[in-house]
Design a protein around this ligand. Structure first.
Ligand code: PGA
Length: 256
C-alpha cells in the first residue's frame, strides 16, 4: 500500500517569522491525520526555524531546489549536504517554474536527483506538459521523455523510494485543474513506464502525486483515483485552513 503524500510548495512566499507562525498552527490543525504523509517546502531562509517547530511532529520538511555539488564556488547555490543537515527529508526537483524561469533541463534534474539520493534526500521529481503540448496531443510523449531523462541511470530500489509529481503546466496557479480522469490517465501511464524501465516492484511502490490548482473541494475526487498518491500543492498550501482541508480530503479518499 502506498501512503499518500501531500506536500505544500510555498514557492517564494512567507518570511521565516510567517513560516514559524504557519507551521505552529498547521501542526495543531493536522493532529491525528496520520493516514497521509504531510510535508512543507518553505523558502531556504525558513528551513531551519521551521525545523525547530516541527521537531518530533508528524510533518516533514522539504526544500524547493538544490544544486548537485556538495560544496564549492557556486555563488547563490545550496547543496544537498546543507539541506540534509538542516533537517530536510525531501527536495522538490525540476519544478516547471525552475524549468521555465531558470533554464533547468531534464539533464540538470537528473544530476540533482542523483546527488539528492546520494545524500539521503528523497527527490520529488516534477514533470508535466505545457498547454500547447497538450493541445498538440503530445502529453504522453513529453512526460515520457521527462521521466526517462530525469531518472536515467537510477537503480530500481532508488526509483521505488521516489516521489514523482505530475503537474501539467497549464494547471499550475491558473485555477484550471486537470480532470480526475485526465490526471489518473497520465499518472497510470507514468507508473506503466516506471514498470517497463525499472520493474514491477518500483512501479508498485513509487508514489505519484498530482499537482496543479489542487484545493480542498477537488482533493477527494482526485485522490480517490488509484494512481494518484497525493498532491503537490502551491497556492492552497499557503493558508492553514485550505492546506489542512486538502490533507483531510486526501485522508478521506484513502479510506474509501
Ligand atoms: P498551484 O501550484 O497549486 O498553485 O497550482 C502547484 C505547484 O506549483 O506545485
Amino acid at each position: 500500500m502506498r501512503r499518500p503524500i501531500i506536500a505544500g510548495n510555498w514557492k517564494m512566499y512567507k518570511t521565516p517569522a510567517e513560516a514559524v507562525e504557519f507551521v505552529t498552527r498547521l501542526r495543531e490543525a493536522t493532529t491525528g491525520l496520520d493516514g497521509v504523509e504531510i510535508v512543507v517546502a518553505p523558502p531556504f531562509p525558513a528551513l531551519a526555524p521551521v525545523r525547530e517547530v516541527l521537531a518530533g511532529s508528524h510533518i516533514g520538511l522539504a526544500a524547493q531546489n538544490m544544486f548537485w555539488e556538495t560544496e564549492g564556488a557556486f555563488t547563490g547555490e545550496v547543496s544537498p549536504v546543507m539541506l540534509a543537515e538542516t533537517g530536510c527529508r525531501y527536495v522538490i526537483l525540476g519544478h516547471s517554474e525552475r524549468r521555465q524561469y531558470f533554464g533547468e533541463t531534464d539533464a540538470n534534474v537528473n544530476h540533482k536527483v542523483r546527488a539528492a539520493l546520494e545524500h539521503g534526500l528523497v527527490p520529488i521529481v516534477c514533470v508535466g506538459e505545457s498547454l500547447s503540448e497538450r493541445e498538440a496531443g503530445l502529453t504522453e510523449k513529453v512526460v515520457t521523455t521527462q521521466v526517462e531523462q530525469c531518472l536515467a541511470g537510477l537503480s530500481s530500489a532508488a526509483v521505488a523510494g521516489l516521489v514523482i509529481a505530475y503537474e501539467p503546466v497549464w494547471a499550475i496557479g491558473t485555477g484550471r485543474t486537470a480532470s480526475p480522469d485526465d490526471a489518473q490517465e497520465v499518472n497510470a501511464r507514468i507508473r506503466e513506464l516506471i514498470g517497463s524501465l525499472f520493474g514491477a516492484d518500483a512501479a508498485a511502490l513509487v508514489r505519484i502525486q498530482y499537482g496543479g490548482s489542487v484545493k480542498p473541494d477537488n482533493t477527494r475526487e482526485l485522490m480517490s483515483r488509484p494512481d494518484i498518491d497525493g498532491a503537490l500543492v502551491g497556492g492552497a498550501s499557503l493558508k492553514v485552513e485550505s492546506f489542512a482541508g486538502i490533507v483531510r480530503g486526501c485522508e478521506e479518499a484513502a479510506k474509501i
